[in-house]
Design a protein around this ligand. Sequence first.
Ligand SMILES: O=P(O)(O)OC[C@@H](O)[C@@H](O)c1c[nH]c2ccccc12
Length: 275
Amino acid sequence: MAAAVVASSRIQKTFSRTQAEGRAAFVAYLCAGDPDLETSLAACRTVIENGVDVLELGVPFSDPLADGVTNQLAAQRALRAGIGRKQVFELVRRIRAEFSELPIVLYTYYNLVFANGIDDYVREARAAGVDGLLTLDLPPEEAGELSAACEEQGLQTVFIVAPTTPAERVTRIVECTTGFIYYVSREGVTGTRDSLVAGLGEAVAKIKARTTLPVVVGFGISKREHVQVVGTVADGVVVGSLLVGTIADNIGSTERVCAALAEQMRELSPGLVRS
Ligand SMILES: O=P(O)(O)OC[C@@H](O)[C@@H](O)c1c[nH]c2ccccc12
């Protein structure tokens, strides 16, 4: 299949599969190259082999304004390890070589895309094996050039809907999205929380009433019961800081990082299997 078709089919195919299995997809976020390239590859491999259906890879950035402390520290570790555009795409290539069907979505701040030239960045991402791109600080209304480059290269777009997004803007965001919608379940930044916000089901239902695209939910999801609850209303459940924090807690030993991540996935992912 042409590159464009393959890219789009990985994301759609995965959500179709999990829907057919009667469950939400498990979406994991890890910062690319945290704490170094080899450990990051081993960490990605571990969470994929233990139940992750979609991998979100964060591109390390010096000013990650949407991220809480855990993700900020991960970005700092990766930057200290010399992780730049070249290393991020090398990591994607190596993951792609081992997992041909796994959707990989790059989470980046727009500065990193714009600075390198939008067309070149999108082309290189697609060639490395990226399926989708979420530019965290780029509103869809200003993403025309990027969306055009993604369409040309067969990369799918992911855009964010927040609790504060007005209904008419949700429609605009959906129109600009070709991969899936990311619903940020709470205001503020990323980071584990003790409890889920109230009214999540209604909020996701309002978005799903306006699109047939998959809607994934993230921010604060860090316990099996969170995963179970969110998994009943969303097409995908995103866990980031909990996993990123596990890497931070086991820095220095790739073996310990992987064992702890595997344990965490064993604890969380059964939450998605609907009896
Ligand atoms: O870390 P949490 O609270 O589990 O949330 C996922 C989040 O880390 C991941 O999806 C993400 C990382 N950086 C972001 C910036 C904006 C939106 C989402 C993200």
